[in-house]
Design a binder for this molecule. Structure first.
Ligand code: MRU
Length: 358
């Protein structure tokens, strides 16, 4: 299965080449495939803030490369470069607040920095650490894809009609996806009849990115308005809702793209199974519950305008871009360390003690 999954890989959004970070501009997909080069931490922070790159694992990986760029600049400046680097860590950490992968990757880079030995080349070591973060996310995607597909087979072996939200594919990760990775693996196993993709207002990650990734791979996909989801569950035989996550707390609560919570409520009502797929870098054991997760609020213009044209009345708009799904609405959290069914604090703690399965 691993080889078949790798052979099916088509899209990538992050490319580290010759000391430069190249990012596929997700703001203009699917109509334009434009890559931008980044050579400074400042540029990478801006790319994360403005969502040139987005998706929890992808922003963590980009931030790690941002630190490599900063190390190169700070070394060239001379002086106490390690002290000066703290400014770059802060800049990147302040680019977006909700996805914990960003802080996880920055912490990992900082820890590696503290372990630097006198004989080591700082730039080479930090670059190797960023590349390792990138590659391990790709490996995690592969493991989760297989585990998630097995879980689907275990519960219902027949053809599945699944609903997904936001974009959790190659564009959002270092590999080919979390929730979308599971959907890909299940498709390769002949288990997917159709995927319904929520359009994911207001940024349209579903209609612009998920639909594009799936149609490119020949996976049957139909787009629907977010508000059609409960109706689809009632009328279209949806068997699974499969989503990613931006932060999972110690009790198994899940922050993900706004609209995920109402999907979980509707899924529970309709007896539809609800799967969350995320690498362990998305799990924040420092927060007891989802109540503690900072929820990003973006500019109201994302709601009031479409393609830069005003469509809303002259009012204020409230635009929280994530919400929290309580653990008791979740059937399974699939990670590269294993699966937690009906998550709670004890099961999450046990999971985090395990080694990765690859
Ligand atoms: O605002 P975005 O597009 O960065 O939000 C992304 C999501 O909410 C994804 O579902 C989540 O990051 C999981 S991606 C593997």
């Amino acid at each position: 299965m691993r080889d078949r999954l790798l052979a099916a890989e088509k899209v990538k959004a992050i490319d580290w080449r010759d000391g430069t970070l190249h990012l596929l501009d997700q703001r203009v997909l699917p109509f334009e495939e434009t890559w931008h080069p980044y050579t400074t931490a400042e540029g990478v922070a801006e790319a994360i803030r403005t969502m040139v790159v987005r998706g929890a694992p992808a922003i963590g990986i980009s931030a790690a490369y941002g630190i490599v760029l900063a190390v190169s600049d700070r070394l060239a400046e001379g002086g106490d470069w390690q002290m000066a680097l703290e400014e770059d860590f802060d800049l990147l950490a302040n680019s977006r607040p909700t996805a914990v992968n960003l802080f996880w990757a920055l912490n990992r880079m900082r820890e590696r920095l503290y372990r630097l030995k006198d004989h080591e080349d700082p730039l080479k070591v930090m670059e190797a650490e960023a590349v390792a973060i990138h590659l391990s996310d790709r490996e995690a995607n592969l493991t989760m894809a297989q585990l998630g597909a097995e879980l689907i087979r275990k519960h219902q072996g027949n053809l599945q009609t699944v609903l997904t939200h936001c974009n959790t594919g190659a564009l959002a990760t270092g590999g080919f996806g979390t929730a979308l990775g599971v959907i890909r693996a299940a498709h390769l196993e002949g288990m997917i009849e159709r995927v319904y993709a929520d359009e994911t207002r207001p940024w349209l990650q579903g209609s612009r990115l998920t639909a594009w990734e799936l149609v490119n791979e020949g996976i049957p996909v139909t787009l629907n308005a977010d508000s059609a989801a409960a109706h689809l569950m009632k009328t279209k035989g949806i068997t699974w809702v499969i989503v990613g996550a931006d932060r999972i707390t110690a009790n198994g609560d899940v922050a993900n793209k706004i609209g995920t919570y109402q999907l979980a409520v509707a899924a529970m009502h309709h007896g539809v199974r609800f799967m969350v797929v995320a690498p362990s870098s998305t799990i924040d054991m420092n927060l007891a519950s989802g109540d503690d997760i900072p929820i990003e609020e973006r500019d109201g213009r994302e709601l009031l305008e479409v393609g830069g044209t005003r469509v809303g009345a002259d009012v204020d708009a409230f635009n929280p871009v994530f919400d929290v799904t309580p653990a008791d609405l979740i059937d399974a959290i699939v990670t590269e360390k294993g699966i937690v069914e009906r998550p709670d604090t004890a099961k999450m703690a046990l999971l985090m003690c395990r080694k990765r399965l690859h």
